[in-house]
Design a protein around this ligand. Sequence first.
Ligand code: GDP
Ligand code: GDP
Length: 451
Amino acid sequence: MGNKKKKPIVAIVGRPNVGKSTLFNAIAGSDISIVKDTPGITRDRIYADVTWLDSAFTLIDTGGIEPDSDDVILSQMREQAQIAMDTADIILFVVDLKQGLVDADYGVADMLRKSRKPVILVVNKDDNFKKFQMDLYEFYNLGMGDPYPLSAVNKMGFGDLLDVVKSHFDDIPGTDAEDDDRIHIAIVGKPNVGKSSIVNKLIGENRVIVSDIAGTTRDAVDTEVKHKGKDYVFIDTAGLRRKNKIKEELERYMIIRTVTAVERADVVVLVIDAKDGVTEQDAKIAGIADDKGKAVIIAVNKWDLITDKDNSTVKEYTNKIRQTLSFMSYAEIIFISAETGQRLEKLYDMIDAVSENHAMRIQTGVLNEILSQAKAMKQPPSDKGRILKLFYITQASIKPPTFVIFVNDKELFHFSYQRYIENQIRDTFGFVGTPIRLSSESARMMIEKGA
Ligand code: GDP
Ligand code: GDP
């Protein structure tokens, strides 16, 4: 009960200038979750968690830099299409009504048609919405089924598109987490930190039951393991490597791979290299895990390479990580070596613990006791003679634990007092390894809901 479904992943592909970014922004709208103070994911809108008319999914724009010749366009598009096929549940293939079909469109259509993923053909720039039906017929030549016309600029045709997108949601494997007790763990990190080595070692002595879950190409890198009677699924982002040498494209690819792996996980193991410490790239990856509200373990790998260790080495490393990744102070930290196997058994224990915390549910009665105590210990703030009143708290959901507090006026519920309440909850229940979320509702809502 209440075990949240994993969000489907919808990827946009298409030639430069067909309107991918315009469509992305129109769909994501104000829901863009990237505008946060987590590092890295600030400027470039590569992904967004979208709630569009009650449907939640992760939207990805696979389009990167603009190629300058037709040859490059095609190879670039193949690359994009491959990324979408590797990572997405549903693909939106965007073409341009004003330009009509061009060779590159056919090339990509050939690729996408072979994928087992649902592909929806979106014909953009139908500004006089549906007036030029004749022009639409051309797009049947792509052999991708019915074209869905829309105008990204005028935001017309979105309803029909959403209906088709939604119609595919129920068929997506892995999104129905209701009766899946297995802990899903994404092992993420920049290249060469030792992700594959860790996964290999973790599954080494443990029997591998399935390594390729039928029905999806993407899940070919999922490995299911039974360890001490419990089931785990490891999602390994190292599985696929790209040859692309363009830095921006590599970066985009890394982010897309990470986002899609993290989305499907309960626990994220962020692997960093003991020799390098926390790099900018590590921080970006950490930002994604935080953004998605997953349980997090920071695994400092290659600990065997740090030779001059003394009593304070662990402490120094820990402090540095806490400082650099200050936005995820909840994360657990462990020092391991895939090479020697050091503390990998403990990593399993940690995965168990943080995933339990991530799914922990606190009774409403107990929560309200904490709230009363908190109010008694530190008076709620006031502003222009009005005092913040906190009436009632309840846990709305798990994964991550999310709490709602009913107050007299949300404006009075300042960040610092929210932080304080959050800390009180943490002090009482621990929640080690998992973020928790706190939001407020005005009490009028509570009365209307009859609570
Ligand atoms: P991308 O390269 O595929 O991401 O394309 P962009 O989103 O950057 O759009 C390319 C150009 O097409 C921009 O000048 C947009 O304003 C324009 N465009 C996007 N959607 C529409 C549309 O629905 N109608 C018209 N007329 N122009 C559009
Ligand atoms: P990935 O790209 O993150 O999957 O990294 P790999 O698992 O392929 O490892 C990259 C390199 O680091 C390989 O040469 C590994 O042998 C090495 N490596 C991985 N883990 C350790 C470790 O704990 N200690 C040492 N010394 N080397 C390691």
